[in-house]
Design a binder for this molecule. Sequence first.
Ligand SMILES: *[C@@H]1O[C@H](CO)[C@@H](O)[C@H](O)[C@H]1NC(C)=O
Ligand SMILES: *[C@@H]1O[C@H](CO)[C@@H](O)[C@H](O)[C@H]1NC(C)=O
Ligand SMILES: *[C@@H]1O[C@H](CO)[C@@H](O)[C@H](O)[C@H]1NC(C)=O
Ligand SMILES: *[C@@H]1O[C@H](CO)[C@@H](O)[C@H](O)[C@H]1NC(C)=O
Length: 310
Amino acid sequence: MIFSRTTALFALASGVYAQSQYTSTGTAAVAKAAATALTLSPTSSVAGLTFDRFVQIWLENENYSAAIKNTNLAYLASLGITLTNYFAITHPSQPNYVAAVGGSTFGIADDNTHYISSSTKTIVDLLEDAGVSWSLYQEDMPYSGFEANYVNQKTGANDYMRKHNPLMSYNSVTSNTDRLAKSKNFTMFYEDLDNNKLPQWMFITPNMTNDGHDSSLATAGTWSRNFLTPLLSNESFNTDRTLIILTFDEGLTTGTNQVYAVLLGGAVSSAKVGTTDGTAYNHYSLLKTVETNWNLGSLGENDVDATAFF
Ligand SMILES: *[C@@H]1O[C@H](CO)[C@@H](O)[C@H](O)[C@H]1NC(C)=O
Ligand SMILES: *[C@@H]1O[C@H](CO)[C@@H](O)[C@H](O)[C@H]1NC(C)=O
Ligand SMILES: *[C@@H]1O[C@H](CO)[C@@H](O)[C@H](O)[C@H]1NC(C)=O
Ligand SMILES: *[C@@H]1O[C@H](CO)[C@@H](O)[C@H](O)[C@H]1NC(C)=O
């Protein structure tokens, strides 16, 4: 079915229309949507206190103790500040992503499909109020605004998962076409990079292989180094006002949920390169850091009492 009227009407009647307009995964439907789905690449230059661009990159499921010993992740840590007391919020994956943009898990405790009330705000409400541009970059999402899961069309392996897209569970995002249009794939990331149209706030999710979920820590480490190395020397991405955090959604369920988290980019002063910071942080610190930097106020959730990186 390609955006069938029946589906749309049923969805509208059941109140989940916002979550069902871009869910077809068939080849023809995807090709059609890829050709027509709205894609937006807003930019802005709102001066922040410490940085003018914030980039979050999330890998999957590894303990701090193992990740910090991985050769490539240790190499990246040597280029920035290692946060040695950084914790994920919960298990499994999805509520961590949800919490990182909304300040709460909103009771979500699994990886199922959830719809958070349209009255619930996220960081993008605060960013938009302040004129700070934002986008999500989700590897292997077949087109902008896509709302389902997507597999590799040749192998059937998992590629893009909705549960790893931090904003997709929020009706306040999915009911808004302009917001859906800022949920983009890596093709768009490189296009935006080429055109000097990257936003000031972004969240990057590699596919299920590259983030380590369906592969290994070694794969996630290699991907991270290969992805970041050219970008760190690319002024369209990294200036002395760019702050990058590379972290993991959660640790293994056997552990304390301490995860690897490293601050990178030109906003890390040369005096701080190669240092560690033992302050207690968690994923809510991502919100507090952004709110503090651009004087955004708060969501009134766990972001309020979180500690900012600066
Ligand atoms: C990425 O998204 C764009 C915009 O919707 C689409 O045209 C393109 O085909 C997608 N790229 C891939 C590799 O799926
Ligand atoms: C994930 O992306 C890489 C390229 O970055 C690609 O080689 C790999 O096949 C993708 N994984 C799957 C399962 O498609
Ligand atoms: C930045 O990356 C883009 C896209 O890959 C590329 O076109 C451009 O040449 C790069 N710039 C530098 C300075 O490396
Ligand atoms: C994960 O890390 C914790 C410490 O937080 C440790 O107790 C646990 O054994 C680790 N699990 C594995 C499989 O290494």
